[in-house]
Structures are given as structure tokens and as C-alpha cells.
Design a protein around this ligand. Structure first.
Ligand code: ADP
Length: 277
């Protein structure tokens, strides 16, 4: 069976793939190794309410902000692991990213949800920073068993580089490609995708709808993250979505705004960026 036959074999059309961006659940903008518990707990509560109302199934992906990006820069972990110092850096990064996963799981448990950690290095292998295999079996098992799988961006085994960075956005893309969910939604710290970085350019305008027609032009405009980000920021996000949505509706919204997550999950209209490709 070739790869195309496998894609969609586990199709889950009652599934919503949710990303909690590192810019929202960690103190990414301040470059601090700290969780943003206010946003994490608010999001967990809204998620629990929406699941109660709609009975949707959820796979949760977390960005890790400084817990990943700052370590990766400090130890130079995305260009090949060549010495003991970097090996230690890989260990520290994995442990820091697992902390984000654990804190997220605790927030979900507190509101009565059942999380199941699925560490990225168990399911994904890369070669030269590109995914060569991503096994979704653990996700399907967890979701069918009534759990919410949680995966963060993290270091994974790399055929050429020993270890490389797998971003949360890569996990979203793989789950979307293979499971063909009902929807992919990504919470971040701005309202969506703008004509320029809204943190730098006060004239930047929110792009409310991205379609096949306007996506090439938008990809030219969009910049990377204003923070320390080794995985491509907003541009990387849109590039990956453009390659994988293929009919699955996508939405990028501000996770800081109260009730946004709940509204998006309930199918209510909010001010954000809706993507149909
Ligand atoms: P997350 O950590 O939530 O996944 P990122 O840091 O990767 O998010 O990307 C969000 C950041 O991207 C925003 O905080 C913003 O500063 C920056 N950014 C750059 N260009 C744009 C753009 N055109 N539209 C929106 N945000 C942008």
C-alpha cells in the first residue's frame, strides 16, 4: 500500500484538532520559562464546557514557547547533535517540553477531562528536520477510549541529525493529513493572520478569510514570529496548513479572548481568520 492509500485510512470526522499556541499557554512574549496558567485554565474550562455540549472528540497539540525555542537556540539543537553538551541540551529540552504537556494534562484533569500524553518522540521520526514517519495509532486508540491525546512540540529522532525539532504545527499538519478531522483550530496571541505582524506594524489588517485564490499572495506577506521561534512562526503555520488542510476547515483565533475557544468549538462566528483550502 503506498502512502496515499494510507492517508485518511483512520478518517475521524467527529474529531477536532486543537492547538494551544506556545504564545498563549506559556510566557513566550517575555521569553520566560513559565506557563501562562490563566490562559491554560481558562482554555481547559471552555474546552470542557464545549465537549459537554457537543460531544466532539478532541486531539490537543501544545506549542511550548521558550521551553523549546530558547533551549534549541542556546544549545544549537536543530543543526545536528555533535557533542555531549548538545546531548544534555536535548535531554533538558525534552524534559522542559514534557513539563508543558504535564501541566496541560493537569489543567484538563482539574475540569474533569481525561488527558493522555502522547510524546512526539514516540510517534514521529524525521530526516533532516522533515517528517519521515508519523504514527497516528496512539491517537486513534486514545480518542476511541474516551481520552484527549496531548502532544507538544519537542525533539524527535532524526536519521541524519540524530535529533531535530518537531514543532506543534507539524503535529497539527500530520493529524490533519492522516485523520481528516472535522476541523483544525489554532489558538494564538493575536486575532488571526494579518497583512503584516500586528505586533510590529500598527497598520496591519486582519485577513478574515483565506482561500485557494488568495493564499499564495498571503504567504508572501506573512512574517515569522516576533518572539524567539525556531519553527517558522505564523508563516510556518500557514505553509503547513496550506499543504495539509485539503478541504478540512481551519481557523486561527486569539486564545486570550474569553469564550473564543468555546465559540469556535460550538461553531459560532468570531472575529478571526477562517481558512478553506
Ligand atoms: P504560537 O506560539 O501561538 O503558535 P507563533 O509565535 O508561532 O504562535 O505565531 C504567532 C505570532 O506570529 C504572533 O504573536 C505575531 O507576532 C507573529 N506574526 C508574524 N507575522 C504575522 C502575521 N502576518 N499575522 C499574525 N501574526 C503574525
Amino acid at each position: 500500500m503506498n502512502e496515499n492509500n494510507l492517508v485518511g485510512a483512520n478518517k475521524m470526522d467527529d474529531l477536532v484538532v486543537i492547538k494551544f499556541g506556545g504564545s498563549s499557554i506559556t510566557k513566550k512574549a517575555d521569553n520566560k520559562f513559565e506557563m501562562n496558567y490563566d490562559i491554560l485554565n481558562q482554555s481547559a474550562q471552555e474546552l470542557a464546557r464545549a465537549i459537554k455540549t457537543t460531544k466532539i472528540k478532541v486531539a490537543l497539540v501544545c506549542g511550548v514557547g521558550p521551553f523549546g525555542h530558547t533551549n534549541v537556540k542556546l544549545y544549537d539543537l536543530n543543526n545536528g547533535i555533535k557533542n555531549k553538551e548538545q546531548e544534555k541540551g536535548v535531554e533538558k529540552t525534552i524534559s522542559d517540553c514534557n513539563f508543558v504537556a504535564q501541566e496541560t494534562a493537569t489543567a484538563l484533569e482539574k475540569v474533569g477531562l481525561r488527558p493522555k500524553l502522547v510524546p512526539g518522540y514516540f510517534v514521529c521520526k524525521q530526516d533532516n528536520r522533515k517528517v519521515i514517519s508519523f504514527d497516528t495509532e496512539e491517537y486513534v486508540k486514545a480518542i476511541r477510549g474516551g481520552f484527549i491525546p496531548i502532544t507538544t512540540g519537542i525533539m524527535v529522532k532524526d536519521k541524519t541529525l540524530k535529533w531535530s525539532v518537531m514543532s506543534g504545527d507539524t503535529v497539527v499538519a500530520e493529524l490533519c493529513k492522516q485523520l481528516r478531522p472535522k476541523k483544525v483550530i489554532m489558538g494564538t496571541d493575536v486575532e488571526g493572520i494579518y497583512t503584516a505582524d500586528p505586533k510590529i506594524d500598527s497598520k496591519a489588517k486582519l485577513i478574515e478569510s483565506i482561500t485557494k485564490e488568495n493564499v499564495p499572495k498571503i504567504l508572501e506577506m506573512v512574517g515569522e514570529s516576533a518572539c524567539v521561534d525556531v519553527t517558522g512562526g505564523m508563516k510556518g503555520k500557514l505553509e503547513k496548513l496550506a499543504q495539509t488542510l485539503n478541504g478540512v476547515p481551519g481557523e486561527i483565533f486569539n486564545l486570550f479572548t474569553k469564550r473564543n475557544l468555546e465559540s469556535v468549538l460550538l461553531g459560532r462566528d468570531i472575529v478571526d481568520t477562517k481558512i478553506r483550502l
